[in-house]
Design a protein around this ligand. Structure first.
Ligand SMILES: Nc1nc2c(ncn2[C@@H]2O[C@H](COP(=O)(O)OP(=O)(O)OP(=O)(O)O)[C@@H](O)[C@H]2O)c(=O)[nH]1
Ligand SMILES: [Mg+2]
Length: 325
């Protein structure tokens, strides 16, 4: 199948050839990846570009290791969500409130200088959060746009006691310089090659006085395009609701496997993209399953619980699946 690549792809490729710095190379490669249409004809090329990005990132990480800077955080858990925002919005406080990670939280700006991951438990899964250094009108760490693209979603933290609408606007302008748009689910606009990342806005510090009006303004501006939550990372208000919002935003399903004649493994779901089939679940459990799979039985999604289903049967959140090999 031919790849049928759009024109901006070749422009990005030109940029790659001209790039001298590893960071520029990664930027060009990620642009190429973002522009490339998703279909079978591009699978091979996508994998190749990803390998290149991984190799360059690794080399850079090795170089930067001496400075204790890491730009590439390995995905862990069900999904990776990067937290971004202006100085002192409460990004680190939020990581502290939801994970076991202990970044420095302080009342002076630019407290956080490196990316820091933490695992946030949500029901029976874990979602990886990444705290990052702040974005301002004039500064942003060069690697931050890459971290945003690589993640499954971004959480924009805005300070409700200041001007949250202006904060989100500044962040969106900064990201747009790197061809990242707010909202959408990893979709690429082929004309301008902007990568629209899954986005959720959290208005923080709702515990402070006079924040309701700013929250209303934030919602009025953005709620049509993406979820807008209000929280206090300090007191915990709204955090449970926000976790549910994050899960919904990720657009994944949890399915539970069971061996014939036994009970389902309820505590340990397989997390898949929404719309995944029996085949996708089989591959996720073990690569060899796909070839060996004779049939599967599914409980939950149909009226006829436990009935045999075909390989292309679309699974639903909470389904129990039994593979027969
Ligand atoms: N009242 C109140 N204060 C908060 C809340 N969340 C964070 N803070 C305070 O705001 C200040 C900044 O919090 P941080 O979590 O360090 O902010 P940050 O976004 O990580 O800041 P940088 O690392 O500089 O980008 C600290 O003094 C926090 O205690 C909140 O929900 N309510
Ligand atoms: Mg911080």
């Amino acid at each position: 199948m031919p790849a049928n690549l759009p024109l901006p792809y070749f422009e990005a490729e030109k940029k790659l050839r001209a790039a001298k710095e590893p960071a520029e190379k990664i930027e060009a490669l990620e642009e190429m990846l973002a522009i490339m249409p998703h279909h079978k004809g591009t699978d091979h090329l996508r994998a190749e570009l990803r390998r290149k990005i991984a190799r360059i990132s690794e080399e850079m990480d090795k170089k930067l290791a001496t400075q204790k800077v890491s730009i590439h955080i390995q995905k862990e858990g069900a999904a990776q969500v990067v937290i971004i925002g202006m100085p002192s919005a409460g990004k680190s406080q939020f990581l502290c409130a939801t994970t076991n990670a202990r970044p420095t939280v302080a009342d002076y700006p630019f407290t956080t200088q490196h990316a820091m991951p933490g695992m946030m438990p949500f029901e029976d899964i874990q979602i990886q959060l990444i705290d990052t250094p702040p974005i301002t009108k004039s500064t942003m760490e060069w690697w931050l746009p890459h971290a945003v693209r690589r993640a499954d979603a971004m959480l924009i933290m805005a300070d409700l006691s200041l001007d949250p609408v202006a904060e989100v606007k500044i962040i969106s302008e900064q990201l747009l310089k790197h061809k990242i748009g707010l909202g959408g689910s990893g979709v690429v606009d082929e004309d301008d090659s902007i990568y629209y990342q899954n986005t959720l806005i959290a208005g923080n510090k709702i515990d402070l006085p006079d924040t309701q009006e700013n929250l209303a303004a934030l919602k009025a501006e953005y709620v049509d395009k993406m979820p807008v939550a209000s929280i206090s990372a300090l007191t915990g208000t709204g955090i449970e609701d926000l976790k549910h919002e994050i899960f919904r935003l990720l657009d994944v399903i949890r399915v539970y496997t069971k061996a014939p004649g036994q009970k389902a493994d309820r505590g340990d779901p397989v997390v898949l993209d929404s719309g995944s089939t029996v085949e996708d679940a089989a591959v996720a459990v073990h690569k060899s399953f796909l070839e060996r799979l004779k049939y599967a039985r599914v409980w939950g999604s149909g009226k006829h619980d436990g009935l045999r289903v075909k390989r292309d049967h679309v699974l639903q959140e909470g389904d129990v699946i039994e593979f027969h090999l």
